[in-house]
Write a protein that binds this ligand. Structure first.
Ligand code: HEC
Length: 96
């Protein structure tokens, strides 16, 4: 039983280390932002005009919370805090 709980502990700490932004992205945003339904994650050419139009990450956070066209409010993560959404946006708008 012991080796199993150690392995489980490693998995859990790995998920935390990945960072909130990536975790939220992989859970809620990837369905659209990893498939081309929305601007693709890490595609800076797609994100730069949006960053410019909305005045940076804070502006995009506001429109992501409200929703834009096919983009649902909060990207479908109704329980996400502003901080988690902001982290996910930073994760998507920066290159890997
Ligand atoms: C159901 C599909 C879908 C999901 C899920 C989704 N998005 Fe989007 N998102 C879109 C689409 C489509 C657009 C482009 C909207 C437009 O400009 O017409 C978009 C645009 C955006 C924008 C740019 C808004 C702007 O003002 O230009 C941000 C920021 C964003 N999404 C963040 C997120 C985050 C963060 C998540 C996950 C928590 C997420 N999205 C989940 C479809 C989605």
């Amino acid at each position: 039983m012991k080796p199993l709980s150690i392995a489980l502990g490693l998995c859990l700490s790995g998920a935390v280390m990945a960072g909130d932004g990536e975790v939220v992205y992989n859970q809620y945003c990837v369905a659209c932002h990893g498939t081309g339904v929305g601007p693709m994650a890490h595609d800076q050419a797609a994100w730069q005009p949006r960053l410019d139009a909305k005045g940076g990450v804070e502006g995009l956070l506001e429109s992501a919370k409200a929703g834009v066209n096919a983009m649902p409010p909060k990207g479908g993560c109704v329980d996400c805090s502003d901080e988690q959404l902001r982290d996910a946006i930073v994760f998507m708008t920066t290159s890997k």
